[in-house]
Design a protein around this ligand. Sequence first.
Ligand SMILES: [Zn+2]
Length: 96
Amino acid sequence: MKLVQCPYCKKNLTYVEVCFINSKDNYLCPVCKENSSVVVNKNGRTLSAITLIISCAIVSICFLFLRRGIFWPTILITLIFAAFFILVPFFIELEK
Ligand SMILES: [Zn+2]
């Protein structure tokens, strides 16, 4: 998987840099000083939808059928969301 690059000067961003721009609307390139808008691409939106659906399914199944402890479902959902947040930087794009 490839990380995003500046649309102006083609500077490749590091994983940590992408994590930090993740929560912002704009990215100011330190090399060319140009501003670009931060967007999540189609695959990223699909991934977030899948993450939500799986989490909802796990919660529903646990409440409907298990009625036991919430320890394992909680751990499972935490892991799913952790995986999601680790993967999200690969779905970020910068637009001019
Ligand atoms: Zn740049």
